[in-house]
Design a protein around this ligand. Structure first.
Ligand code: NAP
Length: 274
């Protein structure tokens, strides 16, 4: 019998906006792999039966997006320590034993910055935002040796909770003090939705930020957010969020299709094409 064509999916609701099919489709074509990556709109009530069915019909795994990222943890047979720590999964692998749930956002975040600065060693870092993406950012920063992470969020309770959960290196800072907290930081990360197309810009005075500090915005639509433009204008190295999206996809593709793909300009262009 001929081996089945490998399949993978992105599962979400809605899912039409996802750039993942284009991203994985680019790699499949580039490496000449006979396989398919498809968007599947799955309503929350259908998640469990869908996850039971997909492995039986040839799917090797899936990416998971809103609103299923937390719910899949309860349905997985195996949750990686990274996904457990972040409290959400974005990558599933269907195995003989069941479903393995992983989170590759922390890897994607760090790889994006390292792509621009090979020697990046975060120590004192300012993080704005305390949602799901901020959790992945904190995990990555701690893993890379950050010793002081100043975390602020419009809703202070969420920042307090994250600081408690991630340990003493993470301190929550009042939203009103976000400009002052930049003093002495080597890295600044916007992990809020502010600056996205259709949202107001992040209101943050950069005067206290050292001019050699790396500024990374997780937002990638638009690529050049008002924050990145302001950072660049005063000489700070500025890194957009698209690279995180591209890099977080690498471990999933490798597991499903058996080849570690490259993140490069051609991939970026393919994902950005209108
Ligand atoms: P989330 O869990 O919904 O969190 C949203 C965050 O944005 C919260 O901290 C929220 O603050 C803050 N926020 C939203 N509107 C605000 C406003 N008007 N004023 C102040 N703060 C506001 O979302 P998420 O998953 O963490 O995603 C956050 C951003 O990261 C999004 O733009 C997303 O596209 C981006 N992201 C990018 C990648 C990538 O691969 N580049 C990956 C994941 C996420 P409150 O707690 O006060 O509501």
């Amino acid at each position: 019998m001929t081996p089945p064509i490998p399949l993978a999916a992105v599962i979400g609701c809605p899912v039409a906006h996802s750039r993942s099919p284009r991203l994985h489709g680019h790699w499949l074509a580039r490496y000449g792999i006979v396989g398919h990556y498809v968007p599947l709109q799955i309503a929350p009530g259908d998640l469990e039966p869908a996850l039971r069915l997909l492995p039986r019909i040839g799917f090797r795994g899936a990416n998971v997006t809103i609103p299923h990222k937390e719910a899949v943890l309860a349905l997985a047979t195996d949750v990686t320590p990274g996904a457990r720590r972040i409290g959400a999964a974005n990558t599933l692998l269907f195995t003989e034993a069941g479903i393995m749930a992983d989170n590759t956002d922390a890897y994607g975040f760090a790889s994006n910055i390292l792509d621009h600065r090979r020697d990046w060693q975060p120590r004192t870092v300012a993080v704005i935002g305390a949602g799901g993406a901020a959790r992945a950012v904190l995990a990555a920063l701690l893993d890379r040796g950050a010793t002081e992470i100043r975390l602020t969020n419009r809703t202070p309770d969420r920042a307090h909770r994250l600081a408690e959960e991630f340990g003493p290196a993470v301190q929550s800072v009042r939203w009103e003090a976000r400009a002052e907290m930049l003093d002495g930081c080597d890295t600044l990360v916007n992990a809020t939705a502010l600056g996205m197309t259709g949202k107001p810009p992040l209101d943050l005075a950069l005067g206290a930020l050292p001019r050699d500090a790396i500024v990374n915005d997780l937002v990638y639509a638009p690529l050049e957010t008002p924050l990145l433009a302001a950072a660049r204008a005063r000489g700070n190295p500025a890194i957009d969020g698209l690279g995180m999206l591209l890099h977080q996809a690498v471990p999933g593709f490798e597991r499903w299709f058996g080849l570690r793909p490259q993140v490069d300009r051609a991939l970026r262009d393919a994902v950005l094409a209108p």
